[in-house]
Design a protein around this ligand. Structure first.
Ligand SMILES: NC(=O)c1ccc[n+]([C@@H]2O[C@H](COP(=O)([O-])OP(=O)(O)OC[C@H]3O[C@@H](n4cnc5c(N)ncnc54)[C@H](O)[C@@H]3O)[C@@H](O)[C@H]2O)c1
Length: 434
């Protein structure tokens, strides 16, 4: 295949060397003449293990060429990879100016083409860029997306320092494209790596890179804050992190990573607060960990805002415990939402198949009485009564029998806090995130 690569920085030059390894003809384009000339002579423009060898071998075999003539590059290639820098600006936005300049150039090159031409965006872009990219290419090429070219969002996951090996063995391939034909062709192209390919919407492909990098940064910041605390207390950092990382069920796993409602219960909030207090007493700031509780409070406020947005008066709450299938209401975040509703003059009724008000005992009872004085008056014994009474049902319980009943009440507005699949087809279904 003949491939043009726009931008010969870290991503572009690594892509150039690696792709040429598999026998494709690769044409590199950059506005920086020095980079173009260095590669022409068989040298890597960056220091990266293994890259010099790949580039010098590709140039010798004449499968790597470079040019500043962007029209020629597009004209003589079957596909274009865009690896232009998108640096951060002072205000936090990504600077996409160079990217759009290069897209205009690619569009000009497209005017000389008769064949369908996929443009693969490997640069990191702001979510929502896809339409603007397509618009730019259409405007400057006078060609039509879908008929003459396609734009595919295909984020790159390599890390500097191990870029060649990461390019050849990525964690996964993400292809964001509404064009099945282009997506399948790119999937086939990536067969040289063993990673699984996910064909997704353009939006998802744009967002995943920012999400990944935020999560990686979160992990580093979390570990560093803990490291600072361990260091101060003389706790063996290696030993504790070793144990932490061994828990593949709850720690290093997909547990607790489903967007939804606030966390609660008698353990999580109190222990996060305890760790913070402990650090404070030891004169240490934990900027990340100390904001976890604030983030969780915001999630309760968001739930209230969603309910208020329906502009209905009668709100039925199904499920009061902090976790479906239990009767433990200590620290249950829904109780805070109920209080916000009552304070704002909503009429609220409550039902939980696991909570019979008269039978609640011990700490659970004390907590409920303190948190929600007058709760007894709000309880419904029968789920059908809750359905009859309510304009909106807030779902905080997952028992299938009741979910099925809810499915029969097509006129009711549902706000599902815990994303239960049994309710997905309901005509008035809403979740916290969608
Ligand atoms: N560096 C990384 O580790 C890494 C990893 C994954 C993704 N990314 C993303 O990939 C993209 C590229 O990153 P990078 O680190 O390779 O950037 P870079 O700054 O090293 O290279 C970008 C290159 O684009 C060239 N360029 C600018 N305008 C051009 C034009 N009109 N035509 C041709 N070339 C032009 C520049 O001269 C430069 O050589 C960014 O969006 C980045 O966020 C980077």
């Amino acid at each position: 295949m003949n491939i043009s690569i726009f931008g010969l920085g870290y991503v572009g030059s690594v892509s150039l060397g690696c792709i040429a390894k598999f026998g494709h003809n690769v044409i590199g384009v950059d506005i920086n003449r020095k980079k173009v000339d260095l590669i022409k002579k068989g040298y890597s423009p960056i220091i990266e293990p293994g890259l010099n060898e790949l580039i010098s071998s590709g140039v010798k075999r004449k499968v790597i060429t470079t040019t500043s003539d962007y029209r020629y590059a597009v004209k003589s290639s079957d596909i274009t990879f865009v690896c232009i820098g998108t640096p951060g600006m002072k205000n936090g936005n990504l600077n996409l100016k160079s990217l759009y300049n290069s897209l205009r150039q690619i569009a000009e090159g497209l005017q000389y083409k008769k064949n369908y031409h996929p443009i693969v965006i490997r640069s990191t872009v702001i979510p929502g860029s896809y339409n603007k990219i397509v618009g730019t290419v259409e405007k400057y090429s006078c060609k039509k997306s879908g008929n003459d070219f396609s734009v595919i969002i295909n984020p790159e996951f390599l890390r500097e320092g191990s870029a060649v090996s990461d390019f050849l063995n990525p964690p996964l391939n993400v292809i964001g494209s509404g064009c099945r034909k282009s997506a399948e062709a790119l999937k086939k192209f990536y067969r040289f790596n063993k990673a699984k390919t996910y064909i997704v919407s353009e939006n998802t492909a744009e967002m995943i890179k920012l999400v990944n990098n935020s999560f990686h940064s979160l992990k580093i910041a979390f570990a560093n804050e803990l490291g600072n605390l361990f260091g101060k207390l003389g706790i063996d950092e290696k030993e504790i992190m070793n144990v932490f990382l061994k828990d593949k069920k709850l720690n290093i796993s997909d547990a607790y990573l489903k967007p939804g409602f606030a966390f609660g219960g008698s353990c999580l909030p109190k222990d996060v607060k305890a760790l913070n207090k402990f650090a404070k007493d030891n004169l240490l700031r934990l900027p990340l960990i100390s904001n976890i509780i604030d983030s969780n409070e915001l999630q309760k406020q968001i739930a209230f805002n969603r309910i208020a947005f329906f502009k209905k008066k009668n709100i039925g709450i199904w499920g009061l415990s902090f976790k479906s299938g239990t009767d433990d209401m200590r620290g249950s975040p829904i109780l805070d939402v109920i209080n916000m509703l009552l304070k704002n003059n909503f009429k609220v009724r409550l039902f939980d198949q696991n909570v019979v008000f008269k039978k609640i005992i011990g700490a659970n009872k004390i907590y409920l009485k303190k948190k929600l004085p007058g709760a007894e008056e709000l309880f419904e014994k029968d789920f059908n009564n809750l359905l009859k009474y309510s304009d909106v049902i807030v779902v905080n319980s997952a028992e299938k029998k009741f979910a099925r009943k809810l499915m029969d009440c097509k006129k009711l507005i549902i706000l599902d806090l815990i994303n239960i699949p049994e309710l997905y087809g309901h005509p008035n279904y809403n979740s916290l995130t969608g």
